[in-house]
Structure formats: structure tokens, C-alpha cells
Design a binder for this molecule. Structure first.
Ligand code: LLP
Length: 409
């Protein structure tokens, strides 16, 4: 089992283990399908992310976990204990972050559709509100400023810049160009800065970008950081922070393993771009803190979806392994044709070619086509790897299925 980033899955004497424990034993009194998470892998990944930021000389890094990747309470609590803040995109995520004890002053609120009620809730979350509203339109700023006035507060604002770059990733998770609904073009930000009526109860404290997800190479990231730095340099007064967003990918496939930048390389690239286009040009006392919004990289590898074979089926030359997990438990293959490795509990050298499919009445309910797996039978355990990010958080109850439980090791 090849992997670049730490993973809890391993074959020991041809039997699958998770965090060193035999999977069959772990699953003894547990239902399938379920998500299995490793606290150790997650906390180690967080620590690696933070310490590589420090090693790369990123000034005063604040790691705001993108809650959408995995809003599980224990996940958020553990990350909070490790020092993380949160990037949220709804009042539900904001409440989840607060419930886990995350300090509102470590929470950034992103998203193009923040509603009146959500803004009011965020303004009331702390005497000073949250760390930042990452604003994505002028209308949004207008609403925040009005509500902030009514609440007798001053809202902390960061503009999310649309840096007009093409991130090399799946088109459904690319967000950095003007055809995407995300962020504001530089010209619109400059216009908003000149309009005093937008700033009576708001103050500009930062700039942010987020150009896409599952990024493996860093060219577009570097370019986007340059665009953000150029804008920051043109501002009349210094800002408190620059938010470089999330997006760093994990290795799902062999191809990813060839292309994927390590956390270390990512941090170096982020620092170099910031240094070249901003830090070296300003008074060191005015250097802003750097905010990150990682989601997938922190939790993707720590989780798997465990399932059991229901039965198999042969249709002439097509073979199907039908399992009890469905696309409702992990939407990624159906939504983005994403590749997830599938592992049987028992390793074997006698393999057949089979489609791993779920029970849902959709032809997109397929976890992998023509995979080489042993011939499995009813009740055999099977694992879908790398399901810690955007697995349970995107799950739904289609076909009136129960939401699968989450267990920690
Ligand atoms: N910040 C913002 C503003 C975002 O919109 C996102 C993700 C992140 C941070 C975290 O990105 P990450 O580090 O996880 O790449 N459901 C898709 C991914 C959608 C990502 C949406 N935004 C998938 O399963 O691949």
C-alpha cells in the first residue's frame, strides 16, 4: 500500500489493520457502513502542517481548519486542542466550531451567501465578533456594515480576492477565476475601498484567496498569492493578516503521488511568494500574520469508509461486487469521478476484475470500475480509503438510508 502522507491503513500478515489494530477485531461490534477515523494520524498531520509553516518562517501562522471537510465534534475538539481555528461557511459550521470551544477570534467566515441571520449570529459570537468576515461581494459588505451598525459593533472584514488564476484541478472544485462565483475582482475591491459609506461600522483587517481544492502543483497558488500581495501593497494602510486559503491535496492515486507537493514544499512556496511580493518590500514591523484554511490535507488520510460485501453478481463478462456503502456515504466518485483506493480485508494474489458498486438506484453509485480484487463473498469486509475529508460531511439520506456512524481509534 503506497502512500505519500501518513495513513493508518496497513496490511499485517495479509490482513488489513487500522492504526495497528486488526480491522476485523475493530469492527466486531460495529455497524457497517461506517467511517473509521484515526486521532493519531489527524493530530500528527496538524502538527506537521503547523511546524512546517514555522520552519518556513511564515509569520505567526493561524491554521483555520475548513470545517466543511469534516465537522465531526471530536475532530473539531482535537484540532482546537492542537491550537487550530476554523474556516466556516454557514451558521451551522460556526456553531459546530464554537461548540468545540474554538475561540471566535480564530474563526474566519467565508462563503458567497452569508444571510442576515448568519451575519448577526457571527457578530454576536464574541464582544469583538469573529476574527474575520471574508467578504465575497459589495452587497455582502453593505449588509454586514448595516447589521454591524444596528448591533453597535465594528465588523472585521477581509476581502476575498478573485485572483483570476486557473488552478489545475477538477473543474467542479476550481474557484479562482472570474467565471466562478467566488471572490471579488481587484477593481471592485478598489472601488469599495473608496466608498466611505461601506465602512462606518466595518474595518478592513485582511485579504484572502482560495483558488480551489485538491491542488497538487503550486504554480496557480504562487500566482494568486502574488496578486493578493500586489493588492495589499497598494492599500493606504497596513493590514493585520493575509489569508492564503486551503486547497493542498492528498494522494488518492499513483498520479497524485508523482505530482503532489509535500506540506514542506507548499510552505516554502507560500513563504517565497509572500516574501518576494510583500515581506521584503515593507517595514518588518508591518508584516501581517498568515492565515491558512486547510481542510482535506488535515483530515483526508485519517479516515476510511468501512463496508461489507452484500453479494456479488455476474452479467456475462461483467462482474459486480455489491457492498453496503453507497454514493450517499461518499459522494466524491459520483460527483467528481474521484478515484478512491478500495482494499479487501484479506489480501490475496488471486484477483479478478470487478466493479465495486453500492445499493443505490443510480448508475453513478460505483466506487471503482474494473478493480483488481479477490473474489469476495457476503459479509467480507472492504475498505474505501481516504474518506476522512468530504465523506461524512457530504453524506445524505438518499433512498431513505441511515447516515453511517463515525468511530474513532
Ligand atoms: N477555504 C474555502 C473558502 C473553501 O471553499 C474550501 C473548500 C477550503 C478552504 C478548504 O479546501 P481544502 O483544503 O479542503 O481543499 N467536496 C470537494 C471539495 C470542495 C472544497 C470546497 N471548498 C471534494 O470532495 O473534493
Amino acid at each position: 500500500m503506497k502512500t505519500l502522507l501518513p495513513t493508518p491503513l496497513k496490511y499485517q500478515k495479509n490482513k488489513l489493520s487500522f492504526e495497528g489494530h486488526d480491522l476485523q477485531k475493530i469492527m466486531k461490534n460495529k455497524k457497517t457502513p461506517c467511517y473509521l477515523y484515526s486521532k493519531k494520524t489527524m493530530t500528527e498531520t496538524y502538527k506537521a502542517f503547523y511546524s512546517e509553516a514555522l520552519k518556513a518562517k511564515i509569520p505567526n501562522p493561524l491554521v483555520c481548519f475548513a470545517v466543511k471537510a469534516n465537522p465531526n465534534h471530536e475532530v473539531l475538539t482535537l484540532l482546537k486542542k492542537s491550537g487550530a481555528g476554523a474556516d466556516v461557511v454557514s451558521v451551522g459550521e460556526l456553531k459546530a466550531a464554537l461548540k468545540a470551544g474554538i475561540n471566535p477570534q480564530k474563526i474566519v467566515f467565508s462563503g458567497v451567501g452569508k444571510t442576515r441571520d448568519e451575519i448577526i449570529f457571527a457578530l454576536r459570537s464574541h464582544p469583538y465578533g469573529i476574527y474575520s468576515f471574508n467578504v465575497e461581494s459589495i452587497e455582502e459588505l453593505e449588509m454586514i456594515n448595516d447589521l454591524s451598525k444596528k448591533e453597535n459593533k465594528v465588523a472585521r472584514i477581509a476581502f476575498r480576492l478573485n485572483p483570476r488564476v486557473n488552478a489545475k484541478t477538477h473543474k467542479h472544485i476550481s474557484t479562482g477565476n472570474k467565471t466562478h462565483k467566488f471572490g471579488l475582482l481587484r477593481s471592485d475591491i478598489e472601488e469599495a475601498l473608496l466608498n466611505d459609506s461601506l465602512w462606518t461600522h466595518s474595518t478592513l483587517v485582511g485579504l484572502s484567496i482560495h483558488i480551489g481544492s485538491q491542488l497538487t502543483e503550486l504554480k496557480a497558488t504562487e500566482k494568486a498569492i502574488k496578486e493578493m500581495c500586489d493588492l495589499a501593497m497598494s492599500l493606504k494602510y497596513p493590514i493585520e493578516f493575509l489569508d492564503v486559503g486551503g486547497g493542498l491535496g492528498i494522494d488518492y492515486t499513483e498520479e497524485d503521488r508523482k505530482e503532489l507537493a509535500s506540506i514542506k514544499t507548499y510552505m516554502k512556496a507560500v513563504y517565497q511568494s509572500l516574501h518576494r511580493h510583500y515581506f521584503k518590500k515593507v517595514d518588518p514591523l508591518l508584516i501581517p500574520r498568515i492565515v491558512f484554511e486547510p481542510g482535506r490535507i488535515l483530515v483526508g488520510k485519517m479516515g476510511v469508509l468501512v463496508s461489507k460485501v452484500v453479494r456479488t453478481k455476474q452479467s456475462e463478462d461483467c462482474h459486480f461486487t455489491i457492498i453496503d456503502a453507497g454514493m450517499n456515504d461518499l459522494m466524491r466518485p459520483a460527483l467528481y469521478e474521484a478515484y478512491h483506493e478500495v482494499y479487501p480485508y484479506e489480501k490475496s494474489t488471486k484477483l479478478i476484475s470487478t466493479d465495486i458498486v453500492g445499493p443505490i438506484c443510480e448508475s453513478t453509485d460505483i466506487f471503482g470500475a474494473q478493480r483488481k480484487l479477490p473474489r469476495l463473498k457476503s459479509d467480507d469486509l472492504i475498505v474505501i480509503d481516504n474518506a476522512g475529508a468530504y465523506g461524512r460531511s457530504m453524506a445524505n439520506r438518499y433512498n431513505e438510508r441511515e447516515l453511517a456512524p463515525e468511530y474513532f481509534i
